[in-house]
Design a protein around this ligand. Structure first.
Ligand code: GLN
Length: 531
């Protein structure tokens, strides 16, 4: 029998529901349970693939090619699970599925309504995961803040499921306890109101996680418990911590997982030691030396390159270093400023992206790294910039470019993939998800992965133009990874360089706390001088 945990948030957004959901997953997994975590986003886009990163941060991609919310990245990094399209839903997808069924005539002449048709579709997307028999727990995070108009169908679906599932379902509600400086007091009223709002939807939260910047006393927790009909042991506080990776340990210390199990009538058993996780935290806490990385990109927003930041941080931690990541806006880099902007960093990451804006700065950064032997890692668009730079400055094709940026270039060293040429729709039509990549024997990447064949996740429309392969290879840019079916170039590297690697795929999506990604590890190896 599968068990269901619903995670909602009230009062304000950005409480860290994703981190709490991932932590619950981690803690239950540590007790030997098979878990999965899914996210519902109450917006009408089918997926976040068409969203500007300023709207919603990074777009995360699952192995089966779904463009999803960045919280799925937290789920994977915390638990090591591999999510799929069933782990990410939006209101747009729910409605589309219902409307498609209506057009097919599946509803046999009925009037289609939010209740029961939309709510049934939501319920089905939740229980579908449980019905696979693969999980003991399905954790469902509802995006947005309760009280928003668009969350209402989700709450109704949860209400119904809680009723149907009895003790096999619990609701975990996150709220915020603000500290009012003028009054010198922590305030529980927003929490009380938020729980009232939940009750107005017919849902009694079983557990409350109070986000707070100050420590909450037992008295205050007692007060919340009393006002909100929640057991004292089910009122957990989530104080600001130096790192998100400390959250599971903090939740375990307060018994969040044990309280969930008790609510569900499941024997609690011994508390798992979380050994490898704690080891990771100890390494982080005791590291003093700093690695300085420049992130050369165009989206000046903390969440835009989330997975890259986390992957760098995982790799630095296992090298017993702290990582200091400095965003360098590629739009501000020109020939006269490149050296001053990029000197002093231990390594550069040239970021993924779309469109013309900021690409000349990325190309200059690639040139700077190549000519000064600075460890450099280009990801997706970053790899394409490495290729363009090489074509311009080594092969001597001054107008070399990507067809994405310059449709008229006489040297389109990056060109649109053949199968992309006839696609009109923008959403969900890129080359998405995991594809095989064969590694060239004797290449750096083959040593790094310790394998001949790998699979990594993609999200792009353009590719290295195979017409130039030979020229690149002859001049010293080695194409060290290719897709065995299509022959598309997946990795380029300059073997003589300390670390100069570009990947058409996104290795950052698959780095986890307990399994840091080999390419980021290799990048760090070079930087800290171990290899
Ligand atoms: N814009 C490039 C392409 O579509 C790179 C995409 C990316 O960096 N994710 O190929």
């Amino acid at each position: 029998m599968c068990h269901y945990i619903f995670v909602t948030g009230g009062v304000v957004s950005s409480l860290g529901k994703g981190i709490i959901s991932a932590s619950i997953g981690k803690l239950l997994q540590a007790r030997g349970y098979r878990i999965t975590i899914q996210k519902f986003d109450p917006y009408i886009n089918i997926d976040p693939g068409t969203l500007n990163p300023y709207e919603h941060g990074e777009c995360y991609v699952t192995v089966d090619g779904m463009e999803t919310d960045l919280d799925l990245g937290h789920y994977e990094r915390f638990t090591g699970i591999r999510t799929t399209r069933a782990n990410s839903m939006t209101t747009g997808r729910i409605y589309k599925s219902v409307i498609d069924k209506e057009r097919r005539g599946d509803y046999l002449g009925k009037t289609i309504q939010v209740v029961p048709h939309i709510t049934d579709e939501i319920k089905q997307s939740i229980t579908h995961l449980g019905d696979t028999g693969q999980y003991d727990f399905v954790i469902t995070e509802i995006g947005g803040t309760i009280g928003d108009i668009e969350s209402a169908p989700y709450l109704e679906a949860i209400r119904q499921l809680k009723w149907e599932l009895g003790r096999n379902a619990v609701s975990v509600h996150l709220t915020y306890v603000p500290y009012l400086k003028a009054a010198g007091e922590l305030k529980t009223k927003p929490t009380q109101h938020s729980v009232k709002e939940m009750l107005s939807y017919g849902i009694q939260p079983d557990l409350l996680v109070l986000r707070t910047e100050c420590h909450l006393s037992d008295g205050l927790r007692q007060k919340v418990a009393g006002f909100c009909n929640v057991d004292l042991e089910c009122v957990i506080q989530s104080e600001d911590l130096p790192s998100i990776y400390e959250v599971p340990v903090n939740m375990q210390r307060q018994g969040l997982d044990a309280a969930i199990l008790r609510k569900m009538d499941i024997p609690v058993g011994e508390t798992p030691s979380l050994g490898p996780w704690r080891h990771f935290l100890e390494l982080r806490q005791s590291a003093t030396e700093v690695v300085n990385i420049a992130l050369v990109g165009k989206y000046d927003l903390q969440d835009a390159y989330k997975s890259i930041n986390e992957s760098l941080s995982h790799a630095a931690t296992y090298h017993h270093r702290k990582v200091k990541i400095t965003f360098v806006n590629s739009e501000t880099i020109d020939a006269s400023s490149v050296a001053s902007k990029l000197s002093g960093f231990d390594g550069l990451v040239i970021c993924p992206g779309f469109g013309q804006r900021g690409i000349e700065g990325k190309i200059l950064a690639a040139q700077y790294a190549r000519e000064n032997d600075v460890p450099c890692f280009g990801i997706c668009l970053g790899m394409q910039m490495i290729v363009i730079e090489f074509a311009r400055n080594v092969l001597g094709y001054a107008d070399a470019n990507s067809r994405e940026m310059d449709a008229e270039t006489t040297h389109p060293v990056i060109d649109m993939m053949e199968e992309q040429k006839h696609i009109a729709d923008m959403g969900g039509t890129m080359r998405l998800g995991a594809y095989d990549c064969k590694l060239k024997s004797g290449s750096r990447v083959q040593t790094v992965y310790g394998a001949d064949m790998i699979a990594e996740r993609h999200r792009h429309r353009y590719e290295l133009n195979s017409k130039y392969t030979e020229e690149f290879e002859t001049a010293g840019l080695c194409i060290s990874g290719t897709n065995p079916q299509s022959g598309l170039a997946e990795i380029v590297e300059i073997p003589s360089h300390r670390f100069y690697v570009g990947t058409q795929f996104h290795p950052e999506y698959s780095s986890t706390v307990l399994r840091p990604h080999p390419l980021f590890m290799a990048f760090m190896d070079v930087i800290v001088g171990e290899k």
